[in-house]
Design a protein around this ligand. Structure first.
Ligand SMILES: Cc1cc2nc3c(=O)[nH]c(=O)nc-3n(C[C@H](O)[C@H](O)[C@H](O)COP(=O)(O)OP(=O)(O)OC[C@H]3O[C@@H](n4cnc5c(N)ncnc54)[C@H](O)[C@@H]3O)c2cc1C
Length: 491
C-alpha cells in the first residue's frame, strides 16, 4: 500500500466521495479513507434523498449557494454516473390562511437564492395535481427531485476509483500529527503521510479536527426517524409533499417523499440525542410520524408501512438556538480543510462542495487536468427494468439472470453476484442490499437472505459464521442450531 499521498479525504460519505471524484479529474495523488466496510455507510445512506431547491436557507449563506449550485450540477453528474433520479417537484402545503404568509416567505427566500419557477397555487389546483391531497394553497417547486443517496455515494466512489483515487474501507483515522510539511495520519491499518487533509468525517468531523488540536467544534447529534410505505403505494402522490416548516432550527417537518423505487417515505422526526451511534427507531416517534402523515394525507394507508429507519444529523446548531447555523467549510490549519455541521442540504450540495474544495486545493497546488479522465460509470443493470425481450436475451446469455434471489424487488442472481464483486466494499449483506435493493422489500430479507448466504457459501467458500451484515463485527450466524443444542446439553 502506498502510504504517501498528496490529498487525503477522511470519510467516504456522499461529500467525501464527491470530493474524491472531483479530485480524480486532476493529476494529483488522492486517497479516500473510510472506517466502515463500505462507502456511504454514515448519514449519507439514510435520509430523504431529496434534491432540495434552496427555499430554506438565508441568502448569502453557504447552504443557499451550494444547494442551488449542487442541484443544478446534479442531473449531468447523475447521467454520467448512471444514477436514477426523478425531478418530480415538490408542494409545500398551507392548511390555514395564516400559513399562506409562510408560503410567501419561503417563495421570497427561494427567489432571493435564485430558484426558478416557484409558484403559489390554489387548493383546487393542488387537488388536480395531487387528487389525494387537501390544502388551501401550496408553494410549488418544479425543480426539486428525488434519488437514492447510497447509490450516488457508491457511484461517485467507483468513478473516483476508476480514475485513480485509492479508496480504503475499514480504515479508521485514529490520530493525526502535524509535520513541517503535511501530516502523519495513524489509522488502524497503519500510518499514512499526506500533504493535505480534507476532513469529511460527517458526525465525527469535530473529533477528527480535535486530533490536530482544533477542539473548538461541538456537534449535536439529532436523530431523524422514518417509516417506509410499500411499493403498492406507488402513485399515491406524484410529487413530494411538505408541510409549512415548524419554527425549529433546520427542521422541515414530517413530509411525504416518493422514492425512485416506488416507495413513500414518511418523516423525518427531529430529536436531539446523547449518542451519535444511537440510530434506533422508537414507538413514540413512529406514532408522531403517523400523526404527521395523517395530517398531510388523511387517507394514507398505514397498513402498508413495511419498515422504519433512522439517521443522525450532525448539527453545529445547539438545541436551544432558534436559527440554523451555516455549513463550516474552511482551512482551519495550513493544509487542513474542515467541513463541520454538514447537515441538510449536504446531499444536494455535495457536487458543489466538491468543486469548492478542489478550487481551494487548486490555489495551493496548481492542479493539472488529466487527459484521460473518464466521467462515465455504469451501475449494476437492474434486471426488472429490462423489457421482456431484453430479459429473454439476458437469460439466454447468462442463466444467472433467470434466477430471482429477491422476490420483493425482483433482483436476479447475476445482480447479487455483481454486487458481491464490487470494487470497493467487503462481501457483506449490506453491500448487496445497497447496490441491488435485495432485502429492501416488504419481507425485508425473509426470502432472499438464506439465498444470498448460500451464494456466499457456494461462490466464495464462506461459512455462515463468517458472513457479515455490514461491519466486521456484525456476524449473523453463530453455528448450527443442532450443534449449539448439543453443546448446551454437554454444559
Ligand atoms: C434525517 C436526515 C434527512 C436528510 N435529508 C436530506 C435531503 O433530503 N437532502 C439533502 O440534501 N440532505 C439531506 N440530509 C443531509 C445529508 O444526509 C448530509 O448532509 C450528507 O449525507 C452528509 O454527508 P457526509 O459525507 O458529510 O457525512 P456521512 O455520510 O456521515 O459521511 C462521513 C463518513 O465519515 C466516516 N468517518 C467518520 N470518522 C472517521 C474516521 N475517524 N476515519 C475514517 N472515516 C471516518 C463515517 O463512517 C462516514 O461514512 C439529511 C440528513 C438527515 C440526518
Amino acid at each position: 500500500m502506498n502510504r504517501k499521498t498528496e490529498v487525503m479525504v477522511i470519510g467516504a460519505g456522499v461529500i467525501g466521495c464527491a470530493i474524491a471524484r472531483e479530485l480524480s479529474k486532476y493529476n494529483i495523488n488522492t486517497v479516500l479513507l473510510e472506517k466502515e466496510t463500505d462507502v456511504g455507510s454514515g448519514v449519507s445512506k439514510g435520509n430523504s434523498g431529496v434534491l432540495h431547491t434552496g427555499l430554506y436557507y438565508p441568502k448569502g449563506s453557504l447552504k443557499a449557494k451550494l444547494c442551488v449550485e449542487g442541484r443544478l450540477m446534479f442531473p449531468e453528474l447523475a447521467k454520467q454516473l448512471d444514477v436514477p433520479y426523478n425531478l418530480c417537484g415538490k408542494h409545500v402545503v398551507a392548511r390555514t390562511e395564516e400559513e399562506l404568509d409562510d408560503l410567501d416567505d419561503l417563495k421570497a427566500v427561494g427567489e432571493g437564492n435564485g430558484v426558478k419557477g416557484l409558484t403559489i397555487i390554489s387548493g383546487e389546483e393542488l387537488k388536480k395535481r395531487e387528487p389525494k391531497m387537501d390544502g388551501l394553497y401550496a408553494l410549488y417547486s418544479p425543480v426539486a427531485g428525488i434519488f437514492a443517496p447510497y447509490l450516488f455515494a457508491i457511484a461517485l466512489a467507483e468513478n473516483a476509483l476508476n480514475n485513480g483515487v485509492k479508496v480504503h474501507v475499514n480504515t479508521e483515522v485514529m490520530a493525526i500529527k502535524q509535520l513541517n510539511n503535511g501530516f502523519e495520519v495513524t489509522t488502524n491499518k497503519g500510518v499514512f503521510q499526506t500533504d493535505i487533509i480534507v476532513n469529511s468525517a460527517g458526525l465525527y468531523a469535530d473529533k477528527v479536527s480535535a486530533m490536530v488540536g482544533l477542539d473548538n467544534y461541538k456537534l449535536y447529534p439529532c436523530r431523524g426517524e422514518y417509516l417506509i410505505l410499500d411499493k403498492k403505494c406507488n402513485g399515491l402522490i406524484n410529487s413530494m409533499i411538505y408541510p409549512v416548516p415548524p419554527k425549529v432550527a433546520g427542521v422541515l417537518g414530517v413530509h411525504l417523499t416518493p422514492t425512485p423505487s416506488g416507495n413513500i417515505l414518511i418523516g423525518p422526526s427531529a430529536e436531539f440525542i446523547d449518542s451519535r451511534e444511537d440510530s434506533r427507531t422508537t414507538k413514540e416517534k413512529a406514532q408522531q410520524l403517523i400523526e404527521g402523515a395523517k395530517d398531510l394525507l388523511p387517507s394514507i394507508p398505514l397498513n402498508e408501512i413495511i419498515y422504519g429507519f433512522s439517521a443522525v444529523r450532525s448539527k453545529i446548531t445547539p438545541p436551544e438556538e432558534k436559527t440554523s447555523r451555516d455549513f463550516i467549510i474552511q482551512e482551519d490549519l495550513e493544509n487542513l480543510i474542515n467541513m463541520i455541521g454538514m447537515e441538510s442540504p449536504g446531499l444536494t450540495s455535495s457536487p458543489a462542495i466538491a468543486k469548492m474544495i478542489v478550487e481551494m486545493i487548486n490555489q495551493k497546488m496548481d492542479l493539472k487536468q488529466k487527459a484521460d479522465f473518464n466521467p462515465i460509470r455504469k451501475r449494476i443493470m437492474p434486471f426488472h427494468e429490462a423489457s421482456r425481450a431484453e430479459q429473454a436475451t439476458l437469460i439466454k446469455n447468462d442463466p444467472a439472470y433467470g434466477e430471482i434471489v429477491c422476490r420483493c424487488e425482483h433482483v436476479s442472481k447475476r445482480e447479487v453476484l455483481d454486487a458481491l464483486n464490487n470494487p470497493i466494499s467487503d462481501k457483506t449483506l449490506a453491500a448487496v442490499k445497497y447496490r441491488t435493493r435485495a432485502g429492501m422489500g416488504r419481507c425485508h430479507g425473509g426470502f432472499c437472505l438464506p439465498r444470498i448466504v448460500q451464494l456466499l457459501k457456494e461462490e466464495y467458500g464462506l461459512r455462515p459464521e463468517e458472513i457479515k451484515l455490514k461491519n466486521l463485527d456484525s456476524t449473523m450466524f453463530i453455528g448450527k442450531t443442532k450443534d449449539l443444542r448439543e453443546t448446551a446439553k454437554d454444559e
